[in-house]
Design a protein. Structure first.
Length: 329
C-alpha cells in the first residue's frame, strides 16, 4: 500500500477511536487488507481538486455536444480553470461564500467582466445540479453585479461613408460592404464560402450562435463590390475571404479584424471602429429608418427581442419628424 493510503487509514482510525472504544492495531490491519484493493492519492492543498477538474471536463463535453461555439467553450474553459485554481475543493463542497470570495479577488475588473465570470459559474453549477452531480447549486442565490447600461456604439452615416472612402483595395471595400449589409458577426462571415452566396437572390445563409442557421441579405452596393473582389482573385480556395499572399487560404478572424483596423486607421476612426461596430451600425441605422424590429431581430440572429431593442434608439431629428407626422391636431 502507498504512503497516502497509510496516512488515510491512520486518520480514519484516529477519528473512530475518539468516538467509540476500538482495538487500534486490529482495526488498522483490517482496513489495510481492504485498502490493498485501491490506489489512494492525497490531494495537496496547492493542487486543483481532481473531482472539480473531472466535472469541468464533463460540463464542457456536454456543452460541446449541445452545439455551443468553440469560442464560447474556450471562454467557459478559461473562467472555470481560473476558478478551480483559486477554490481547491470538491464540487459538492463549494459554497456560495467560496464563490463570493473568489469574485472579490478581482477589484480592478469592470463589473461587466465580473458578471461574465459569475455567468460561467452559474452555467457550470446549474448544469451540475440539473444532472444531480451535486446536491445543490451554490450560485442559485447569487445575483449578477449591476453594470452600466451603455448603448451599443454605431457609426453615423457620415462616418460610414468616410470608412468606405478610406478603402484602398477591392478586398477592403468588400469587407466593409458585406459586414455592413448583412449585419453578421465576425465568426459568421469568416466561415462563409463563395458557394454560400446566392447572387440571384442577393442573400446567403450563415451559421450563428447555438449552431442556428439563418438567411441574411446583401445590398446592391455590397454585391457589386463583392463581385469585383472575387473577379480579382486567381485562386481556387473555397473561402469567401482569403489571404493576400500564397498559399491562399481562409482568412482568420484575427486577420479580418486587422484588415478592418487598418481601414479605420486610414480615416482617423481607429479608436471607434472594429468589426462588431459595423453590426451595430446596421442595426441602428435600419431601425432608425423605420425597419420592423422583428425582421431585424431575425436578420441579426437574436433569440431575445430585448437584445435587438437596445438598438432602437432614434435620433432627435427623427423623433421630431415622427411627432409632427403623427400628432393629431
Amino acid at each position: 500500500m502507498n504512503t497516502a493510503g497509510e496516512h488515510m487509514i491512520s486518520e480514519i482510525v484516529g477519528y473512530i477511536s475518539e468516538l467509540v472504544p476500538i482495538h487500534v492495531d486490529k482495526t488498522k490491519t483490517e482496513l489495510s487488507s481492504i485498502m490493498t484493493k485501491y490506489h489512494v492519492t492525497k490531494v495537496e492543498n496547492e493542487d486543483v481538486h481532481p473531482d472539480l477538474t473531472e466535472k469541468i471536463q464533463l460540463f464542457l463535453s456536454s456543452k460541446r455536444l449541445e452545439g455551443l461555439a468553440e469560442r464560447t467553450l474556450d471562454g467557459y474553459a478559461m473562467e472555470l480553470r481560473i476558478f478551480a485554481d483559486h477554490v481547491k475543493k470538491k464540487a459538492d463542497n463549494i459554497t456560495s461564500a467560496d464563490i463570493r470570495v473568489f469574485l472579490g479577488n478581482f477589484p480592478n475588473l469592470k463589473m461587466s467582466t465580473v458578471g461574465k465570470k459569475l455567468f460561467a459559474l452559474k452555467s457550470f453549477f446549474g448544469w451540475l445540479a440539473g444532472e444531480e452531480l451535486i446536491k445543490r447549486d451554490p450560485t442559485a442565490k447569487l445575483k449578477p453585479p449591476k453594470t452600466e447600461k451603455r448603448l451599443p456604439k454605431a457609426l453615423t452615416i457620415e462616418e460610414l461613408e468616410l470608412l468606405r472612402e478610406s478603402c484602398k483595395t477591392v478586398r477592403e471595400r468588400a469587407f466593409i460592404e458585406v459586414f455592413y449589409a448583412t449585419g453578421c458577426r465576425l465568426s459568421e462571415i469568416q466561415k462563409l464560402n463563395v458557394s454560400d452566396i446566392n447572387f440571384q437572390s442577393m442573400s446567403c445563409k450563415v451559421i450563428g450562435k447555438g449552431n442556428k442557421e439563418r438567411e441574411v441579405y446583401l445590398s446592391f452596393k455590397a454585391l457589386f463590390h463583392l463581385k469585383k473582389y472575387l473577379q480579382s482573385r486567381n485562386d481556387d480556395c473555397e473561402a469567401l475571404f482569403v489571404t493576400q499572399r500564397k498559399p491562399y487560404r481562409r482568412l482568420t478572424g484575427r486577420g479580418i479584424q486587422r484588415e478592418v483596423k487598418n481601414i479605420s486607421r486610414n480615416c482617423g476612426l481607429e479608436d471607434k471602429v472594429h468589426v462588431h461596430v459595423l453590426r451595430h451600425t446596421f442595426a441602428t441605422l435600419t431601425l432608425n429608418q423605420g425597419a420592423d424590429i422583428v425582421a431585424i431581430q431575425e436578420i441579426l440572429g437574436h433569440s431575445d427581442p430585448s437584445t435587438t431593442q437596445r438598438y432602437a434608439r432614434i435620433t432627435e431629428e427623427r423623433k421630431r419628424e415622427q411627432h409632427k407626422k403623427y400628432l393629431v391636431l
